[in-house]
Design a protein around this ligand. Structure first.
Ligand SMILES: Nc1ncnc2c1ncn2[C@@H]1O[C@H](COP(=O)(O)OP(=O)(O)OP(=O)(O)O)[C@@H](O)[C@H]1O
Ligand SMILES: [Mg+2]
Length: 234
């Protein structure tokens, strides 16, 4: 069974169509990517799957559960679908320490041994324990994105939605974070939906990649097509 199943998804804002007739499925364990120009609808599509964009039309199933427009995620869905946002500045609370940012999702979901879990999460993403005491502005961009990844992974989600997780970072940090994501995926058996405008990142990470333009999925590339560099033609 597919972990994500999207059929004829459409999202409009006022008169403007952001996502149009998008259909695709993602199998468990896959890294499926979206590539395409700025404004083509990638983030909007991820936000639907994360339960953040609640106005849409079509058929969407996540983790075997059929979503309804307007639905707020709760229970297993909320826990098992996590998103890493394009801009770690916007996604981390500026006045909360990293410790608080990482503790809150655990306590909301009734976890115990919170301090141990936070320490473990920081270690997994390659941050030192004393990062816990700091505020977002006291970290580098790469460190902030690691915190965002740590937070997304704390609850051991089955599906991780990654919206340009490394585009704000320089090349060496970018490579480190991508390798980290691949390692964590193998360790925890996750499924990824990754957005990137970078054809190298797409080729490095993806089992399949969908090319989007003007809200539509125009074509899906498998590994062989990516090895032939077909995903670079646009
Ligand atoms: N909340 C909103 N209200 C109105 N229009 C929106 C909203 N969110 C997105 N849009 C519009 O929908 C279209 C798709 O936006 P989206 O953010 O999904 O693009 P994207 O592919 O993620 O672009 P980028 O690569 O720049 O992040 C754009 O034209 C955008 O202006
Ligand atoms: Mg976007």
């Amino acid at each position: 069974m597919a972990l994500v199943d999207v059929n004829q998804l459409r999202v409009t804002f006022g008169g403007k169509t952001a996502v149009s007739a998008a259909s695709f499925a993602i199998e468990k364990g896959e890294t499926f990517s979206l590539i395409g120009e700025s404004g083509c609808g990638k983030s909007t599509l991820l936000r639907v799957l994360a339960g953040l964009q609640r106005e849409w039309h079509g058929e969407v199933a996540v983790l075997g559960e059929r979503l309804q427009p307007g639905q707020r995620f709760a229970g297993p869905l909320r826990r098992n679908v996590q998103m890493v946002f394009q801009d770690p500045w916007a996604s981390l609370h500026p006045n909360h320490t990293i410790s608080r940012t990482l503790s809150e999702p655990l306590s909301i979901h009734g976890e115990t041994q919170i301090a141990e879990n936070v320490a473990d999460a920081l270690q997994q993403v390659g941050l030192s324990a004393d990062a816990a005491k700091r505020y977002p502005h006291q970290l580098s961009g790469g460190q902030r994105q690691r915190v965002a990844i740590a937070r997304a992974l704390l609850l051991r989600p089955q599906l991780l939605l990654l919206d340009e997780p490394t585009s704000a970072l320089d090349m060496s940090v970018q490579a480190e974070i991508l390798n980290l994501l691949n390692r964590l995926k193998a360790q925890h058996g996750m499924t990824y939906l990754l957005v990137s405008h970078d054809a190298d990142v797409i080729a490095h990470m993806s089992d399949r990649a969908a090319f989007m333009a003007h809200g539509e999925i125009q074509r899906v590339f498998d590994r062989e097509a990516m090895l032939r560099n077909e995903h670079r033609m646009g």
